[in-house]
Structures are given as C-alpha cells and as structure tokens.
Design a binder for this molecule. Structure first.
Ligand SMILES: Nc1nc2c(c(=O)[nH]1)N[C@H]1C(S)=C(S)[C@@H](COP(=O)(O)OP(=O)(O)OC[C@H]3O[C@@H](n4cnc5c(=O)[nH]c(N)nc54)[C@H](O)[C@@H]3O)O[C@H]1N2
Ligand SMILES: Nc1nc2c(c(=O)[nH]1)N[C@H]1C(S)=C(S)[C@@H](COP(=O)(O)OP(=O)(O)OC[C@H]3O[C@@H](n4cnc5c(=O)[nH]c(N)nc54)[C@H](O)[C@@H]3O)O[C@H]1N2
Ligand code: SF4
Ligand SMILES: [Mo]
Length: 911
C-alpha cells in the first residue's frame, strides 16, 4: 500500500490566539493534531481544547447532504445540491424583486474564513444591494471596533503577543484568559516567572482563576468600568503621572477629558465600583510607575450597553500616559473568535465596508462600488444582529440566511430569536453539524465543510494572517462555505444582471483573497505585500504593504494616528447604570461567560468525552451567603427567572461571585438542557454606538424547584465513542421539568441524562426511554423495584459489561456511580451494590470529583489528597504534584487551578 500519511499545517478553529496546528493524516483520516512549533502564536503549544481537536473529526452529528422542505408542513428531506441551490436562488431573486433587497438578511460568523466572509459581503452589498448582513461579532467584538475607532481612528489592536515579554504591568479588564485565551496566558505565566517579575491587575466582578492569581484584583460591581478607568485617570492626573509631551504632540480633546475625569474623585469611584479606595490608589500607583503597561480586555468590557465607552475609557488611560506604540505598551483587545479580525477586515458587518471602510462614508461606498463593478453600494445602514432578528419577527425581513453561527443558542433573549425564526418565510442554515439549536428551524440546511476540511485565511488577535488548510476531504457532499455562496450568487446574478460580467469570477479561494487584498491598498490594514505564496513561509502581520519585507509588529510607533488630524482622540465619557439594574423583584445580577474546556454551543467540543470532565453540567454559581439566605445547598435544583424567561438548573456555592451576583456558563443550550438555555434569561438591550448586547448583566431571581422525582440514566460505551450517540437521549430533554445531558468518562466513553420532575412521569414515557436503552426484560436485564418508595433501578449487562443504568424515583446516594462505572469495576459488584435496597456506596468511595487535569486525568480529590501528604509550606509543591500525579505536565490549561488549590491549602494551613 502506498504511504498516504501527511502533515498539514493549519490554525486552531477556536479562540483568537490563533495557534498553529499540525494535522497528521493517514488515508484521508486525521490521526493526530499537534501544536505547530513554527507558529509564532503558540510555538508548538495547544490548550485543552486545541489538544482535543483530533478527537472531533468523527462523523457524529455532521451535516452530510443538503436538506430541503418547500413548505413548513413538510419535514426536511435530503435533496441534491443543484435542486437546493436552484430553489434558494429562485426564492432570493423573487423576494428581492417583490419586496426589495432589504427583505433579505444574512447572519454570519467570525468563525468563517476571510474569503468566505468576503463573498458573503459582496453577495449582500454588491449583488443584492442590501446592508442587512451582520455577524455574531456583533455579540463579541463590535464595542472593540467602535472603541478603537472613536479614539485611535481605526479598528486595529496596536500591540502584539511579543509585548507580553516587555510589559511590566498587565492590566486585564473584563477578560479571563486563563480560560478563554489559554496559550496567551501560558506566555503571561512565563513572563511572570521571569526575573522581570511584571505585575498583574485584574478588573472583574468575579474572582476568576485569572483574578485569583493577580497581584491586585479589583472586584468591581458589574458595569462600573468607566467609573473605574476615569477614577484611575483622575488619580494619575492628580499625581502628575500623565505624559504631557505625548498628550500635546499626539492627541486632541484632553481638556474635555480632564473636565470629565475631574468628576471621579477616589471616594466616589470606590463607592460606584464597590472597591476599597486603597486598592484603587494602589492600581493608579502601579499604572503610573510602570514603564510599559499592556492592557488585555475582552467581553467584560464589550458585552455591555456602554461597551464603546468601556473600551474608549481604557484607551484614554493609555493615551494620557503615553502607554502605546512602544514594546510592552498598549490597549490590546483580545479577539474572541478565530477570525473576528478577518471579518472586520472585509467589512462583513451591517455598518462596515471592505478594507476597514465605513458604510456611512459616501467616498468609501463609491470606492467599493467601483472596485466591485456595481453602480453603488446601498447607503442605508443594515440591521445589526438584534435589530435583524426584530425585523424578521416583524415580517420585514422574509429570508434569513444563517452561516457558521448558532443564534438559537447564542443570541440573548431567546424568545425573540425563536419567534423570529418561526416567523421568517425562509430560513437557510449553512452548518457543519445537524445538531445545533438553529438547524431545528432550518427550511434549508446547507452542509458546510469545517475545520480540517477547508482552505483560506484567518487573522488572529495580533493582526497576523495565517493560512488555514484542508487536511481531509469533507464528509458526504459537504462543501466549503465560499463555494456555496458563489454558486448561489452566480445563479442569482443570471437573473438579476443577465448581461453583466459575473461579480464572482473566482476559480479558487486564492482568487477571492487576491480581490480582498486589492481593496486594502492604501488603507490602515494594507496587505498588498501578502500573498498565498508568502504565507507558505509562515503567517504575517498587517499592515504589510507591497514592497515591504515584513509586517508591522506594532502600530502608531510614530504617534501618528489615522484620524483627520493625525491625532488620537480622547473620548470623554461618563459612568451609566446597566440596562437592567437589580430590584426587589429581580434582586440578583446574572453574569455569563466561558468555561475552560467548552466552546460556545458545544457542537464541536461537545463531541469529545474528556472535555466534559472539568465541568459536567450547567450550574448557577451563587455566593454561599445567598444560598444560605434562601435555604439552599450545592446541588439543589433551582428555578431561575428573568423578565424574559426561566430555566431550571443546579446551584453551586462559589465564593468567586460576590453576594448579589451569579454566574451561568454560556455553553449549554437546548441541545444539552431543557428550555431555552442561559440566553432564555439574558437581555437584548444594546450599546447605542456598537449595538452590542449586554450579555453580562441581567436581573434575575431564583427559588428552589420542587421536583422530587429524579432520574439518572447512564450509557457506558466502553472504548467505543460511536456507541455514544447523544441523539437517542436528547429527545427526552423536553419531557421533564428539568433535564440535562452530557458525556462522562476518562477511561470509558459514557453518556448521561439527568432529569427531575414534579411527580412520576407517565409509564409510557419511561418505557420508551428504557426501550431506547435496551432495558426491556431479557436475560441481560437486572432490575430492582420498590413501588412503595417509587424506586426503580434497571441495569443492562452485555458481553459481561454493564452498558446501561437507569435509576428513577429516589436516587439519593448514587454520587459515586459515575466514577465507579468509569473506573471499570466488575459488573457483578456494581450490580450487587445497585440492586441492594439502600444504594450501598463502595467503601473507598471515589466521591464525585471534577477532573482538573484533562491530559493526565487527575481529579480535584486526587490533588487534595496529595496536598495532605506534603508540607503546605514546601515551596515546590507544584513540582511535587507534577511528579506524583503528572497533573499539569501536558497542555498546562489546568495550571492556574492547581495553583489555586495549593494556595487554598496553604491559606487553610496558615490561617
Ligand atoms: N474556553 C473557551 N475559550 C474561548 C471561547 C469559548 O467559548 N470557550 N470563546 C472565545 C470567544 S468568541 C470570546 S469572545 C472570548 C471571550 O473571552 P473573555 O471575555 O475573557 O471571557 P468571558 O468569560 O466571556 O468574560 C470575561 C470576564 O468578564 C467578566 N465580567 C462580567 N461583567 C463584567 C464587568 O462589568 N466588568 C468587567 N471588568 N468584567 C466583567 C466576567 O466575570 C468574565 O470573567 O473567549 C474566546 N475563548
Ligand atoms: N450568555 C452569553 N451568550 C453569548 C456570549 C456570552 O458571553 N454570554 N458570548 C457571545 C459571543 S462573544 C459569541 S462569539 C457568540 C458565539 O456564538 P455562536 O456563533 O452561535 O457559537 P458557535 O457554537 O461557535 O457557533 C458556530 C457554529 O458554526 C458551525 N460551524 C463550524 N465550522 C463551520 C464552518 O466551517 N462552516 C459553517 N457554515 N459552519 C461551521 C458550528 O457547528 C457551530 O454550530 O456567543 C455569544 N453569546
Ligand atoms: S489557545 Fe487553545 S483554543 Fe485558542 S487558538 Fe490556541 S489551542 Fe486553540
Ligand atoms: Mo466571541
């Protein structure tokens, strides 16, 4: 047999760090994924998510063929590509002709490649003539865009990753890089371990792992960042720590700013932000005395009704202290999605145009129209994400084309989103997986190739463009996104501009890139010096003009800004309340965000069993006092309500949130949890400038959920991942008042369904679930029933192995079971324990314990017990744990948590 092994260099499809990966394949199958040692973003490292990429290439849940339903009365059925694309094109053309182009909306994604993004944008704005094209970046980076533009004059992060090695103060605001940008955080850890000993300040209402490790944690009240930043500026001004040379030479608007920050004396700021004045002064002192300050910030600033102000107020600090344009200094907005930057470059939003141009600027519109060879680009601004779904619900937008994003899970106020999806005349969903919340609403499903299967480019947080390469062919008849778009575009232009030359004359994805590149000439992001050929030598930063031999590592080095006056602009702004402050009816603030091992709606990470072990199910975190006040304990089910909806989930005591606040991870939607997911609660109020919604602060209340009847179902697939298909459990989610499903296992592949109900559900429902699990009466079935106590326990043994467990009614005392199954204990012993009237826990009970280190499968319990064996003062405790348990020796994502366990233990021992 010929050797068909190959190694393909590409980029991780998750966060904006943009790590390089090497994909190993044999016979067109991915066999392993490693970090690319040659890639400057990660130098060979990967985090827990990136390291598990190779495990996500299975067929489970993938969309393989186009599916179509012509009317809502039908169910979607497989159809040929030609039939499907003809049908879509006819509808698009007919709708444009009958109702005008604004009756169409595109909702796309920062996870598309730049080339995909470019053709979508040209299709909407160039061919159809509508600006109704917006993306999930509206939920993510749009306040960063408006913040940069309002101050620096262009949407460009001025710093780079190398600055981490030069900064002596890291000012991290509204970001949790230990979870959300792990490889960048590894680099920060290394910098802190160096002789330079840079300091770290973290601004976050939550004591995240990033905050816990900081030298100073400013645990401000949610939504008070502007007051904090103005207050810091006030102190710096007072203490004479501003750089007046810089201010005079390179900025404008300082007098207004001075007047504004004058109103933020420390006592007032400490009150607004809810932090001790001493900490505020400490932060100002460190900011003022540091040679190079690097700010790292993300959704805690962006996802706010004053996101633009949050961003701009932080940038003010850098401008006023001259902390920009030098090694180690700058306001560095971390991008969330892998190609958030590329989307901005091609102007793939309702308010932007190609090459960082503005839709509102007539000259910019004319330039783009000329380049595209169309009469004009429409002037009317398009609908931004929330507005677009409102317009769909109102019947103004009739066709909604969604690509590479899952709005029925990720947009706030899901009742609005779902009502819109139901109201739309035609919903087109271009997706790699069939298992998303949004595909349930699709009239047309277009199967897309995904990571590992497609070609193009992406740009990471430090403006670095990298090649994304296909290593394997897409499954079924799935196709790359840009090709799908171009195929529809050509069909539509045949009807709309029959005699004109095609606007989409591309033969390859490189042709698309080259056209995009031409549009950047002379712009701040000029990439005319970059080609696919050059990218063969490695990823490149922009700007990189033709004739240059290297891109720019940093921007604004000469203090010249891309504004009409060449000066940066101070954006004076004031503190304002969040859109929905807590009140007597909704007294708690709900904060939402990321977990370490999951990615958004979990379509991809949710296929990997080991990525569930760190956080197995959705919980709401509450301060222990708030639990106590309500008579609740960890593990209790609670019903959580906002003005928009309600969900039921478990509560978890956590001192990482303050009294009066709460936190639910953003990841679990209706595919994993009955109801509308966390975004059933969140609010769609948005920033007036950036239109980014306030996903981090909704008012809620909660009470114990009275659901005495309980169910726990486990399927153990042994080593066989494909035996663990979640679809058979998922359809039961909506049948119970509470239900969630997931995967478990570190040595085994397991599925789990947890449910609770107000009373015993119908026998038919349970019988059908049991049948799906193969739990019918047979020689393989073991059963214990206690009707009086409403208890039923069923076990199925197959080939000498326990393959399914069904426990219903009173199931208290079974916490040990999951780990027990995973550890592969003998069927006989497990059976005996499960079938005994009281659920006999094994003596050396492995108490249900989270896996902290996913690479080496080390639990919290194991680390705690090892810590008991060492002297708490031993300085090399981390090294001891690494030697003893191997934890923290793999990807390093667990490092911050291990250090926190050590610190907690030390505090307990000394305190
Ligand atoms: N593991 C993982 N990593 C990811 C992703 C993922 O899904 N999973 N997604 C990627 C994407 S798209 C993005 S956008 C990034 C997001 O990356 P981050 O923004 O770092 O992550 P979040 O957890 O959303 O929010 C960051 C922090 O903001 C805090 N916060 C809330 N309200 C406020 C406030 O009023 N002020 C301040 N200062 N802070 C506040 C929250 O408590 C939270 O700790 O992560 C990227 N990386
Ligand atoms: N409550 C709350 N909600 C939030 C946030 C929050 O912090 N709190 N954060 C917001 C932020 S910052 C973001 S970025 C959004 C993210 O929200 P979404 O964009 O909805 O998140 P994903 O689950 O990553 O959706 C991407 C989809 O694209 C599909 N896909 C993958 N590869 C391809 C491909 O190559 N082509 C196509 N066509 N499809 C593909 C995946 O299967 C997946 O369903 O969530 C937002 N929602
Ligand atoms: S930090 Fe992790 S998720 Fe982000 S790009 Fe690197 S490997 Fe991927
Ligand atoms: Mo994001």
């Amino acid at each position: 047999m010929p050797d068909t092994s190959a190694v393909t260099a590409s980029v991780c499809p998750y966060c904006g760090v943009g790590c390089g990966v090497l994909i190993e394949t044999t016979a067109a199958r991915v066999t392993a994924v490693h970090g690319d040692p040659a890639h400057p973003a990660n130098r060979g490292r990967l985090c827990s998510k990136g390291a598990a990429l190779g495990l996500t290439m299975g067929p489970q849940g993938r969309a393989l063929h186009p599916e179509l339903r012509r009317t809502r009365a039908e169910t979607r059925a497989p159809a040929a590509w030609d039939t499907t694309l003809d049908w879509i094109s006819e509808h698009l053309v007919a709708t444009v002709q009958r109702h005008g182009p604004d009756a169409i909306g595109f909702y796309i994604s920062g996870q598309l490649l730049t080339e995909d993004y470019y053709v979508f944008n040209k299709l909407a704005k160039g061919l159809f003539g509508t600006n109704n094209i917006d993306t999930n970046s509206r939920l993510c980076m749009s306040s960063a865009v408006t913040g940069y533009k309002a101050t620096l004059g262009a949407d460009a992060p001025p710093a780079c990753y190398d600055d981490i090695e030069h900064a002596d103060l890291f000012f991290i605001a509204g970001a949790n890089p230990a979870y959300a940008h792990p490889i960048l955080y590894r680099r920060l850890e290394a910098a802190r371990a160096s002789a330079r000993k840079p300091r770290v300040i973290v601004v976050d209402p939550r004591r995240t792992l990033t905050a816990a490790e900081a030298d100073l944690h400013l645990q401000i009240l949610p939504g008070t960042d502007v007051a904090l930043f103005n207050g810091l500026l006030h102190l710096l001004l007072w203490d004479g720590k501003l750089d007046y040379d810089y201010i005079t030479a390179h900025t404008e608007g300082f007098l207004d700013l001075k007047a504004a920050v004058h109103q933020y004396p420390p006592t007032l700021v400490s009150q607004i932000c809810g932090i001790p004045e001493a900490l505020l002064r400490q932060a100002a002192q460190w900011f003022g005395e540091s040679r190079a300050v690097l700010s790292l910030y993300c959704q805690g600033l962006n996802q706010s009704t004053h996101g633009t102000a949050n961003n701009a107020a932080l940038i003010n600090l850098h401008l006023a202290t001259g902390q920009i344009g030098r090694p180690g200094a700058g306001p560095f907005s971390l991008t969330g999605q892998p190609n958030a930057m590329g989307g901005r470059e091609v102007g793939g939003m309702a308010t932007l145009l190609s090459g960082h141009r503005d839709l509102a600027n007539p000259a910019h519109r004319a330039e783009v129209a000329a380049a595209w060879g169309v009469q004009d680009v429409p002037a009317a601004p398009g609908k931004t994400a929330i507005e677009m779904f409102e317009a769909v619900r109102a019947g103004q937008i009739k066709i909604l084309w969604i690509a590479c994003t899952n709005p029925a899970q990720s947009l706030p106020n899901q009742s609005l989103v779902r009502a819109a999806l139901e109201r739309a005349e035609l919903v087109i969903v271009q997706e790699a997986y069939t298992t998303t919340e949004t595909t349930a609403y699709a009239d047309v499903l277009l199967p897309a190739a995904t990571w590992g299967e497609k070609d193009g480019t992406m740009t990471n947080s430090e403006r670095r463009i990298a090649r994304v390469r296909a290593a394997v062919p897409p499954p079924g008849s799935a196709r790359p996104d840009w090709e799908i778009v171009v195929d529809v575009a050509r069909r539509c232009e045949a009807a709309l501009r029959p005699d004109a030359p095609s606007l989409f004359p591309y033969a390859t994805v490189e042709d698309v890139f080259n056209e995009h590149r031409a549009l950047t000439r002379g712009r701040d992001l000029d990439i005319t010096g970059i080609s696919y050929e050059l990218l063969e030598s490695g990823p490149q930063q922009w700007p990189y003009r033709s004739g240059e031999t290297v891109g720019a590592a940093r921007l604004y080095v000469d203090g010249h800004y891309p504004t009409p006056t060449g000066r940066a602009h101070f954006y004076s702004t004031h503190h304002a309340a969040t859109a929905e402050p807590p009140d007597a009816r909704f007294p708690l603030i709900l904060n939402t965000g990321r977990l370490r091992d999951q990615w958004h709606g979990m379509t991809r990470t949710g296929t990997v069993t080991r990525l569930f072990n760190h956080a197995p199910e959705p919980v709401i975190e509450l301060h222990p006092q708030d639990l106590q006040r309500r008579g609740l304990s960890t593990g209790d089910l609670v019903s959580v309500r906002s003005r928009r909806g309600a969900v039921t989930l478990k509560v978890d005591a956590s001192d990482s949130v303050s009294v009066g606040q709460s936190f639910i991870p953003m990841h679990w939607g209706s595919q994993w949890w009955n109801g509308l997911g966390v975004n059933g609660l969140t609010q769609d109020a948005f920033d007036p400038v950036s239109k980014q919604p306030e996903l981090k602060a909704a008012a809620i209340n909660l009470e114990a959920a009275n659901l005495p009847w309980r169910l726990m179902v486990m399927v153990d697939g042994g080593a066989d991942h494909d035996a663990c298909d979640l679809t058979r459990l998922r359809r039961y989610l909506e049948k119970f008042d509470y239900a969630s499903c997931g995967r478990f296992g570190s040595t085994h592949e397991g599925l789990i369904l947890r449910a609770a109900h107000r009373s015993a559900p119908s026998a038919d429902l349970l019988a059908s679930l049991q049948a799906d699990l193969g739990l019918q009466p047979s020689a393989e079935l073991m059963a214990y029933e206690d009707r009086a106590r409403g208890m039923s326990r069923l076990l199925r043994v197959h080939g000498g192995r326990l393959v399914a467990v069904f426990l219903a009614g009173d199931i208290t005392g079974f916490d040990w079971l999951q780990e027990w199954l995973d550890a592969g204990h003998s069927t006989l012993e497990t059976g005996a324990r499960l079938l005994a009237p009281s659920a006999l826990p094994p003596r050396a009970t492995p108490l249900a314990s989270r896996v902290i280190c996913g690479c080496e499968n080390v639990t919290e319990a194991a680390i705690e017990s090892a810590l008991k064996r060492v002297n708490a003062h031993e300085p090399a405790v981390y090294g001891y744990l690494q030697r003893e348990l191997k934890c923290g020796t793999g990807c390093g994502s667990c490092g911050p948590e291990i250090r926190r366990l050590i610190a907690d233990r030390t505090a307990a021992a000394t305190g």
